[in-house]
Design a protein around this ligand. Structure first.
Ligand code: FBP
Length: 308
């Protein structure tokens, strides 16, 4: 797909980046059914590593096979497929050039539970280049005691990825002893986490859809004083997008645990209405039987197409 005006406009927000990085960003923005619209739907399959194989794949056992996810991302018309090293190595050669890939360079498994999670480095920028990826993915946990270590790791990896012409996708998931459980998805915290990712140099920022809970008293006062509307999900999405450089960074939202079709589509409708750039939908896609997953992803893409 040729570059559209919208793709050119989005690329213009990343003026400090090399031609290589901008070309890879363009690969994400021009591939798949939403290619050219400025919207993205990405399939992420790191849950085997993050949550364990049975919790991830027992519902739809076809998903134990890494090739299944490449094919699902391709057949559904996703913009990209994101996964850790093992899953990408298991299919990158067979599907070379068929869909932009994002190598998740750090991951947190669930066998050791800590109030302050710190993901392990599980891949490298050179792995991403070797596998033909368009981008690297990296998770930070703002709110964790170890956040500064994660920010430092991301700083180094981002510098290397940019120097080698890759794009950077940052999963910014507030989590840790600095926050209450409700605070992990609180609107003030999610907007702050998204902004942190933008400040750390991310090209694409990924956060969870925020709730109307406000975690920090100081933020609550400002929201009240300035009349910042955060009552509906649409308003909260708009607030998060604004927090990312007034909409001049690509912000996408995660799908969450598997839920009913109507609930998924309702949420996507609000993300689109709030100006969200798209979704990264894992469990709600690969835990459904393939036909259902294809039809749901198609409906999600239709919502973003209409909003574009
Ligand atoms: P889902 O759509 O399945 O939530 O996938 C998005 C994602 O960011 C994955 O990349 C990641 O493994 C998962 O969510 C993290 O979920 P949780 O925060 O529940 O561990």
């Amino acid at each position: 797909m040729a570059h559209t005006e919208r793709v050119r406009e989005i690329l213009s927000w990343y003026g400090s980046d090399s031609p290589g990085t901008r070309a890879n960003l363009a690969r994400l923005l021009t591939h798949g059914r939403l290619g050219g619209t400025g919207k993205l739907v990405i399939l992420p399959v790191d849950q085997g590593m993050e949550h364990g194989p049975a919790r991830s794949f027992a519902r739809n056992p076809a998903g134990y096979d890494p090739r299944y996810h490449f094919q699902l991302a391709i057949d559904s018309g996703c913009n990209a497929y994101a996964a850790p090293l093992g899953f990408l190595e298991a299919g990158a050669a067979d599907f070379a050039g068929e869909i932009p890939l994002i190598l998740k360079l750090n991951n947190n498994d669930s066998l050791w539970k800590s109030a302050d999670p710190l993901s392990a480095l599980t891949g490298s920028v050179d792995d991403a280049l070797r596998l033909g990826c368009a981008a690297i993915g990296f998770t930070i946990y703002p709110g964790s005691l170890d956040k500064n270590e994660m920010f430092g790791q991301l700083r180094e990896i981002t510098a290397e990825a940019k120097a080698k012409g890759l794009a950077v996708v940052t999963w910014s998931y507030p989590r840790g002893s600095g926050l209450s459980k409700a605070g992990e998805t609180a609107i003030d915290v999610v907007a702050y986490a998204a902004h942190l990712a933008a400040q750390l140099g991310a090209h694409v920022i990924k956060v969870k859809p925020p709730t109307s809970h406000v975690e920090q008293d100081a933020a609550r006062e400002v929201y009240a004083a300035e009349g910042v509307a955060v009552g509906t999900l649409t308003e909260r999405i708009a607030h998060v997008v604004q927090a990312c450089f007034a909409g001049r960074r690509i912000v996408i939202f995660s799908g969450g645990a598997a839920k009913g079709r109507d609930a998924v589509l309702e949420e996507i409708g609000e993300i689109a209405a709030g100006g969200g750039f798209g979704s990264i939908v894992g469990r709600n896609a690969f835990q459904r039987p393939r036909d259902e997953a294809l039809s749901l992803l198609g409906e999600i893409m239709s919502i973003y197409e209409t909003a574009a």
